[in-house]
Design a protein around this ligand. Structure first.
Ligand code: ADP
Length: 464
């Protein structure tokens, strides 16, 4: 399984390869091509040619829809293997992958397939002398740079709306999790024989490689029209800089978060707690801490927990935990690696966390939760918003007025009320503030891959 782009199906120009390692066992799974600038050049050439001369952007939307539907069927048919790939490569739970991630990816393709023939502009009345209309045209060659945490969902979250829009693309999966993306490229190729007119060569190109080389080459490429990035705020800034200093390509960024979850006194029943900064109203604080401590004892240690996909990330999380302890937070539970093998960390909960502690301010990207006590709604809103990030937030309350007020007051791209981590392709996802801009998922995502062109024409003897 060593290839860089779909058209050449060959290894990297340099001949180099790198290991992809299982986070479950720490063992080497296989080697994949180490793409670099020259490989990105080749992939962009293929994508450019497919955009400028190929059928994909020129097909009627209904044809693109038909082909995307076939592609989705192929994913369903290969669900088992695909789920296994993400389990081996990214430590994802196999059962969940097979039941959720993989069918979800196919569902996403179908969602955007449905959009492919509904892309249209507006008519513009303008003045008595002029009238116009808008065309929505594919933005061109797109670079997608994706992270390791949801290899399959990220791939289709980016690729599906871009396909619907009629774009061609170069995708760089994270160096930690390159395998399923290669399979998806392979299935796109297979769709050709199955659907008669499948996804043509050059439309989806996958480059496996590292961020500072292959990723950076995408950000700074002069012939990529748009880069869509999901990852850390730090690297998002680099991508935007590279875009600015090269060809001013369009950019959308889905970056880090430090999402608050606000639990009010009236919260009832089982609470699904998942936020990284959990604000708990004082009336139920002690009860909740006690409940969490009890619950922690029942957690199964091992594979089910968030795998930390590589050693660097694993060490980073443990360093944050040490910081938390040093800064005076109380470790309620967890705090250590779990199991002998792989990069898993125990679900970790700190209490007595102050707003200015490192664990309360920086994105940890691991199973570490900070509990903070608050008194009033205003205080909760103020403290929840006291972050540079604005990706998501959660509210737990039975009071509709409180839920409405808080959801409007929090500066974040998605607010979950009495639930957490609820997603669907129908629901736009993206950040405020330093969590980025642009929206993946939802119909908004199609707009990210379209230009609006205004066409203006004189009108003589207008009656109006
Ligand atoms: P995370 O912290 O979620 O792993 P990163 O921001 O480190 O996120 O990586 C997300 C993606 O960005 C990966 O595919 C990675 O290879 C890529 N990447 C890393 N550095 C750069 C860079 N300088 N330019 C472009 N892409 C990069």
């Amino acid at each position: 399984m060593i290839y860089v782009n779909l058209n050449t199906n060959k290894g990297a120009v340099s001949g180099k390869t790198f290991e992809t390692i299982s986070p479950r066992t720490g063992e080497v799974i296989t080697r994949v091509a180490e793409g670099d600038r020259e490989d990105v050049d080749l992939a962009v050439k293929a994508a450019r040619d497919a955009f400028d001369n190929g059928p994909w952007p020129r097909l009627p939307g209904s044809e693109r829809r038909r082909i995307m539907m076939k592609y989705a069927d192929l994913i369903d048919e290969n669900a088992e293997e695909l789920a296994a790939l993400d389990t081996i490569d990214a430590g994802k739970l196999f059962g969940m992958g097979k039941a959720l991630d993989i069918p979800g990816a196919a569902q996403g393709l179908r969602y955007y397939a449905g959009a492919a023939d509904k892309i249209h502009g507006e008519t513009l009345k303008m003045s008595r002398e002029l009238q116009g209309y808008t065309l929505r045209e594919p933005i061109g060659v797109v670079g997608h740079i994706i992270p390791w945490n949801f290899p399959t969902n990220m791939f289709f979250m980016k690729v599906s709306p871009a396909l619907a829009a009629g774009c061609t693309m170069v995708v760089k999966p994270a160096e930690q999790t390159p395998l399923s993306a290669l399979f998806y490229a392979h299935l796109a190729k297979q769709s050709e024989s199955i659907a008669n007119a499948g996804i043509p060569d050059g439309v989806i190109n996958v480059i496996t490689g590292f961020g500072p080389t292959a990723g950076a080459a995408i950000g700074s490429h002069m012939d990529i029209d748009k880069v869509s990035f999901t990852g850390s705020t730090e690297v998002g800034r680099l991508v935007m800089q590279a875009a600015a200093t090269s060809n001013l390509k369009a950019v959308s960024l889905e970056l880090g978060g430090k999402s608050p979850l606000i639990i009010f006194d009236d919260a009832d029943g089982e609470i699904c707690v998942a936020g990284s900064r959990v604000f708990v109203q004082e009336g139920i604080y002690d009860k909740l801490v006690k409940k969490l401590a009890e619950k922690a004892k029942t957690w199964v240690v091992g594979d089910p927990f968030d795998p930390t996909v590589d050693k660097t990330q694993f060490d980073k999380i443990l360093a944050y935990i040490e910081h938390g302890k040093k800064e005076g937070a109380t470790l309620l539970t967890g705090g250590k690696p779990c199991g002998e093998q792989g990069y898993y960390i125990e679900p970790t909960i700190f209490t007595n966390v102050a707003d200015n502690m490192k664990i309360a301010r920086e994105e940890i990207f691991g199973p570490v939760m900070s509990l903070m006590k608050f008194k009033t709604i205003d205080e909760a809103i103020k403290r929840a918003n006291d972050t540079r990030y604005g990706l998501a937030a959660g509210i737990v309350t039975d009071n509709l007025n409180v839920a409405n007020t808080v959801s409007r007051s929090i500066r974040a791209g998605i607010i979950w009320i009495n639930c957490y981590f609820g997603f669907d392709y129908d629901c736009p996802y993206g950040g405020y503030k330093m969590s980025g801009f642009g929206r993946d998922m939802g119909m908004n995502a199609v707009d990210m891959y379209l230009h609006v062109k205004s066409v203006v024409t004189p009108i003589y003897n207008s009656p109006w």
